[in-house]
Write a protein that binds this ligand. Structure first.
Ligand SMILES: Cc1cc2nc3c(=O)[nH]c(=O)nc-3n(C[C@H](O)[C@H](O)[C@H](O)COP(=O)(O)O)c2cc1C
Length: 327
């Protein structure tokens, strides 16, 4: 462990010890699940976790969230579907995934072979029934710590309006899934709403055990030369450092509006970013886009967060949650 205090000699040969460093407790509790530290990899940036086994010591992370799972496999959108912007990234992957059955048969056994890891399954559907079906199937799978419901998905039965942008529709889908889920339910909020407190409260009232936010912001980019959109889908989700200040404000607003734990997401790449989200009210955080430029980013972040806490003589990282001081 990195916390050992070593003795050292000063000039006169006298044996002295440095001032003892406080013991550091990096653990946090989200929805009844203990994470060894607050750093998780976000859905869509970390595959199904197993792909990262050779580059990341997975059991160093607080946890990770697997790619969003739907009832049927999905091929996603045609390319181009990724574009780098100033301080951010646009994506319109189109929720490509292997489907819940292939996840259970092919990915889950591999995940269950890895010791001491915590992972959540991210779930989405195009109707309430689809969300319910996916969760019902996952209930039979072993080793999953919790479900994270991606509600930024269009409800095809309600004219394509996203579940997460309408508090009533959000309440209905979360209540329905909560009734059948055998594991804690985390609701991942869309930032593309007028009032974050309103949707956060709708999720809590429907029985969510925690909320996570934010998902990506609807955005676009145009090639001035060709006069064409940079992304085949025309609009795409913006993520990365560009969104951090807005995400931070939304996490702060959501944390004030609910009593359940909040997981902060949006442009996090440094230990200071993590601390800012904790101070704003988050209990844990998720890291997405930074994994695309450095696949080891989450593990490096755990190391630098520990270092930050030791340097600031923090004894329990969970004490930082909600610690923002407003004069
Ligand atoms: C390529 C890509 C794919 C994503 N796929 C999903 C997904 O399947 N489900 C989901 O809830 N969020 C998904 N997200 C959103 C991220 O989990 C995260 O909420 C968002 O990118 C903001 O965090 P960041 O700025 O750290 O990337 C995806 C993001 C990216 C960039």
């Amino acid at each position: 462990m990195p916390y050992a205090v070593k003795e050292r000699r000063i000039d006169g040969g006298q044996l002295v010890s440095p001032a003892p460093k406080p013991a550091l407790d990096m653990s946090v509790n989200v929805a009844g699940i203990t994470l060894k530290n607050p750093v998780m990899a976000a859905s869509g940036s970390f595959g199904y976790g197993v792909e990262f086994e050779d580059v990341v010591t997975l059991d160093r992370l607080g946890g990770f969230v697997v790619k969003g799972l739907s009832r049927e496999p999905m091929a996603g959108n045609p390319p181009p579907r990724l574009f780098e912007t100033a301080a951010g990234m646009l994506n319109a992957i189109g929720l490509q995934n292997v489907g819940v059955r292939a996840f259970l048969e092919e990915k889950l056994p591999l995940l269950n072979n890895i010791k001491n890891i915590v992972f959540f399954c991210n779930v989405f559907g195009h109707s309430q029934e689809e969300y319910e079906d996916v969760v019902r199937m996952l209930n039979d799978g072993a080793g999953i710590a919790a479900y994270e419901l991606n509600v930024s998905c269009p409800n095809t039965k309600c004219g394509g309006i996203s579940f997460g942008s309408d508090p009533k529709m959000l309440f209905d889908v979360v209540s329905a899934v909560k009734k059948i889920a055998t594991r804690p339910l985390i609701v991942k909020l869309s930032p593309n709403v007028t009032s974050i407190p309103e949707v956060a409260r709708a999720a809590e009232e429907a029985g969510a055990d925690a909320i996570s936010l934010v998902n990506t912001f609807v955005a676009m980019a145009i090639d001035a030369e060709t006069r064409k959109p940079r992304i085949s889908n025309v609009t795409a989700g913006l993520s990365g450092p560009a969104i951090k200040p807005i995400a931070l404000r939304m996490v702060w607003e959501a944390a004030k509006a609910v009593k359940i734990p909040v997981i902060g997401i949006g442009g996090i790449s440094t230990a200071e970013d993590v601390v800012e989200f904790l101070l704003a009210g988050a209990t844990a955080i998720e890291v997405g886009t930074v994994n695309f430029w450095d696949p080891c980013a989450c593990e490096t972040l755990v190391d630098s967060l520990e270092k930050w806490c030791l340097e600031h003589r923090i004894e329990k990282i969970s004490d930082l949650t909600g610690g923002l001081t407003i004069e």
